[in-house]
Write a protein that binds this ligand. Structure first.
Ligand code: HT7
Ligand code: ZN
Length: 894
């Protein structure tokens, strides 16, 4: 398949000012009539005089130009395009095509989900609906007419504002939609179905009343409250934080059960994976609620960052995705605990993006080439892209950053632009030179910062020396130094932030009222030195506070330093990070030395942290329970694997289990005390409290239960059983079930299996809850897990046609169960390869995504390497592989 290169970008030769579309909708076959007003693009050089429209899997029925039916000699159709020969400078082109939604298993273009019809056009799905210039820099005004049988499809939706309905003589219904805002084709959407409606209203800052409508499958109306609340909060937040008001007369969300990704920001008609809309306390966990809030906000925020201002080409994807992720992260931070949100975001970045940046799929935030754009909706484009915006916000400060975003919205409204255009606005509003900073967009790989220091007692000075280097990545051997914001604090012996004065400065910056004194240093050269003066004793440095840049930090902290920072750092993120580093160090030593016992100092640090847990369940004053739960959570197996040169799958699992079991046994009384203090079935039996504080208490209690479950006896089994039986919310039910399932049979008997069966009986008709049932079994550390997963593939409720189900079973096994997926005999690899080959002809996007755990095969021992390599080669040998799977496999092997 051809490689698309950024340097080959050329403006479109033609523009489409107006697109009038008429759909005669039916699941089996749908007719699409398109009348396009085209004109030559004055900004593009003249080409061969022909018009090249994108189109795939379309049956062309009719073609007219300015009212004249074209003879075959005047056009040509192939697998990917319709070429109309020698067209005038300005003309109207009418096409009529037939498409087959029910045969569309790839879920791109118009497809069937349950009883409804819906579309997914990003990135290049519109070309499966009609012939078009399917590229983001062609922005058109759309008028849409939908015709369908009202018995099957009483609700007919598209982008923009409603423009009337009609009952046709043949009994069908017609609905018109008009979108006044020019948009690229990837933002087009149609939905038709027998949908239930939940409606609310939002009054904008300028006083316009906007109806808000959430459409769901009948039976789900009682699960929309949280999504609606999140939407209203997001609309208000965008007004206050960015001055962005909603622009259409109506805002709609539709929840569908078959969806390749999380959600889609189509103009005025967001289409969601129902997983990110539907929630009731008894069906969804606190994590689900938080994801819904974040995704609803993310898609809404795209209205300005993505829709009003869009990407010039797909290499600029991070222009909308990086900025929008940054915006949704900040929104969520403002809704709950900012510190905990930052920890979650960094954990995701380190566990997904850092490995991606160090592997065969590494690419810059603004990639240089791709074969299949769907493979580039990556952690690098999204999460690292958000970090680049965050760094610019940090360098500018809140006021200048707001000026920069105001300038961006004003300058580029209605246009398709580049990441460079965004940076230029920040540069102008901030009065900064971001020339060097721009390298972050172009250079792949995670920079490594090596820090060393020196305290001169006589002079009272403390010097930090920081060296940066970025490892080579595929296609980029040599790296340039980056402009890196590096936030630093210095702690005195009591753990207080010291005033900071750099050599040459006349005055020190003093700690704030909250006792925080952080200095943002800026690194530019490969080696930088900073000397702080006026220090009576050697300070303990708190480095990269708040994770001020997406880098790997190396500094030779002693265990004592880390314990000290864990207890005292005024920066919540760094308190957590110190605990993680301490645990990571110990775990990696335990991997190497099987017999290593857990040092008392480590147990005591944990005991101390547990002592700080709030005394009663409603007191949030002493410590944030959510933050404490994060501090007490051991680094994941995947994160530990990323720290090793050669991943020891079994060693990592054993070390983590041993450490958790040791803590569970030695701290039993402290853990039980925290658990019981937060176990208040009476208080929670009635109204379930969704507040961040209550969710934090549940997180802490379930974290503690996890440790207790690692060193179980009959009492702990009973405790978990009680929680499973009596909890009134899915967070506590799932946590208890997970613990019961992982307990050894000689202690817990068949309690886990019984609970699992009860869970199935209770929830077998709730598809999203059933996904949890599949995933829990796929993630089990039991030795027979693969056999079980294979058995579950035959379960009547399993289907390869439903991406959520595929992710819940196959994805959870391959990506969420390193111990069993990487079994030494290679059975996990063979299983995954078989599933990918089965899925590829149906849904290439999902098949390519499932491949990821195998792409990092070079990081394992020679035996596993050979087994994974063999499976990758087996996949590559198959004829007719999709470009999605081909690209991922060939890059991994390359
Ligand atoms: N912008 C949306 C991306 C998306 C997507 C991309 C490729 C294939 C299917 C897809 N569904 C949604 C989602 C977002 O980032 O908001
Ligand atoms: Zn997005």
């Amino acid at each position: 398949p051809p490689v698309i290169r950024r340097e080959d970008y050329r403006p479109a030769e033609f523009l489409i000012d107006q697109a009038d579309l008429r759909f005669e909708l039916d699941a089996g076959q749908t007719l699409v009539e398109a009348e396009l007003s085209l004109r030559r693009n004055p900004a593009a050089p003249r080409g061969d005089g022909d018009l090249h429209l994108d189109g795939e899997q379309l049956e062309l029925l009719d073609l007219t130009l300015d009212g004249r039916r074209l003879p075959p000699a005047e056009y040509r159709v192939d697998e990917h395009a319709l070429v109309v020969r020698r067209v005038p400078d300005r003309f109207r082109l009418r096409t009529r095509v037939q498409i087959h939604p029910s045969a569309n298993t790839a879920l791109e273009g118009l497809y069937v989900s349950g009883d409804m019809l819906c579309t997914q056009c990003e990135a290049e799905g519109f070309r499966r609906i009609t012939y078009f210039l399917d590229r983001p820099d062609v922005m058109s005004r759309y008028r849409v007419t939908l015709v369908a049988d009202p018995a099957r499809y009483p609700v007919l939706l598209s982008n923009g504002n409603p423009a009337g309905t009609e009952e046709l003589a043949d009994g069908r219904r017609l609905a018109r939609w008009d979108d006044p805002f020019p948009k690229p084709s990837y933002l087009f959407a149609v939905v038709a179905g027998d949908l239930a409606l939940v409606e609310d209203r939002f009054v904008t800052a300028s006083g316009r009343e906007i109806p808000l409508r959430i459409f769901v499958e009948p039976g789900n109306r009682d699960k929309c409250d949280h999504a609606m609340r999140s939407l209203k909060a997001a609309m208000r937040w965008d007004e206050t934080r960015y001055g962005r008001e909603y622009d259409l007369d109506l805002f709609m969300i539709v929840a569908v059960s078959h969806f390749n990704m999380g959600a889609m920001e189509n103009k005025g008609l967001n289409v969601f994976n129902d997983k990110f809309v539907l929630a009731r306390p008894d069906t969804a966990t606190d994590a689900d609620f938080a994801h819904i809030e974040g995704v609803v906000a993310h898609e809404y925020f795209h209205n300005w960052t993505g829709n009003r201002i869009t990407c010039r080409d797909w290499f600029q994807l991070s222009l909308k995705e990086g900025f929008t992720v940054y915006r949704d992260q900040e929104f969520s931070a403002d809704q709950g605990s900012r510190g905990v949100k930052r920890i979650e975001d960094v954990r995701l970045l380190r566990s997904r993006q850092f490995p991606e940046d160090a592997g065969p799929m590494a690419h810059p935030v603004r990639p240089d080439s791709y074969i299949e754009i769907n493979n580039f909706y990556t952690a690098t484009v999204y999460e690292k892209g958000a970090e680049l915006v965050r760094m610019q916000a940090g360098l500018l400060g809140p006021e200048r950053f707001r000026k920069g975003t105001d300038l961006y919205f004003e300058r580029f409204d209605g246009q398709a632009v580049t990441t460079d255009d965004f940076v230029a606005c920040m540069e102008q509003a901030g009065g900064l030179d971001l020339t060097q900073f721009r390298r972050w967009y172009a250079q792949a790989g995670t920079p490594v910062l090596e820090c060393a220091d020196h305290y001169d007692a006589d002079a009272g000075t403390y010097t930090l020396e920081i060296r940066q280097h970025t490892p080579a990545t595929p296609g980029q051997a040599d790296k340039q130094p980056l402009h890196i914001p590096f936030a630093v604090g210095l702690l005195d012996a009591q753990g207080r932030d010291l005033p900071l004065r750099l050599a040459g400065e006349s005055a020190a910056s003093e700690p704030t009222a909250a006792g925080v004194c952080t200095r943002m240093l800026e690194l530019r050269a490969p080696v930088e030195r900073f000397t702080f003066v006026g220090l009576a004793a050697r300070p303990v440095p708190s480095l990269l506070r708040g994770f001020s840049a997406p880098v790997r930090l190396r500094y030779p902290y002693s265990d004592a330093d880390l314990t000290f920072l864990m207890a005292h750092d005024s920066d919540g993120f760094n308190r957590w990070d110190a605990a993680q580093t301490l645990a990571q160090r110990l775990l990696l030593r335990m991997v190497e030395e099987e017999a290593l016992s857990v040092p008392d100092s480590f147990v005591e640090a944990f005991r101390q942290a547990l002592k700080e847990a709030p005394v009663d369940a409603s007191a949030d004053t002493q410590a944030d329970p959510a933050l404490l739960a994060e501090v007490l959570t051991l680094p994941s197996e995947g994160y530990l694997a990323d720290q090793m040169d050669c991943v020891d799958v079994d060693g990592i699992h054993r070390a983590r289990e041993t450490l958790a079991a040791t803590l569970g046994a030695l701290l039993r009384e402290d853990l039980l005390a925290v658990y019981e203090r937060h176990w208040q079935p009476g208080a929670e039996a009635g109204d379930y409290d969704l507040s961040p504080a209550a969710a934090g208490r549940r997180a802490l209690r379930n974290c503690v239960l996890g440790y207790l479950g690692q060193a179980p006896d009959a009492g702990i089994v009973a405790l978990a059983q009680r929680q499973f039986d009596t909890a009134n919310n899915m967070t506590d039910v799932i946590a208890a079930l997970r613990v019961l399932l992982e307990m050894p049979v000689d202690v817990a008997g068949d309690a886990g299996e019984r609970a699992l069966a009860a869970f199935y009986r209770r929830w077998s008709q709730e598809q999203l809850v059933l996904d949890k049932w599949f995933a829990l079994q796929a993630q089990s550390s039991r030795p027979d897990t693969l056999a079980r997963v294979k058995g579950l593939m035959k379960h009547p409720q399993f289907s390869l046609a439903n991406p959520n189900r595929v992710r819940a079973l196959i994805g959870a096994f391959a990506s969420g169960n390193p111990l069993r997926f990487h079994a030494e005999d290679g059975a996990g690899y063979g299983f995954l390869a078989d599933r990918i080959l089965e899925l590829d002809p149906l849904n290439p996007q999902i098949a390519a995504r499932l491949l990821h755990p195998m792409t990092r095969w070079r990081r394992y021992d020679p035996g596993r390497q050979a087994l994974m390599q063999r499976q990758l080669e087996r996949i590559l040998e198959v004829d007719g592989l999709s470009s999605d799977v081909y690209e991922v496999v060939s890059r991994s092997l390359g």
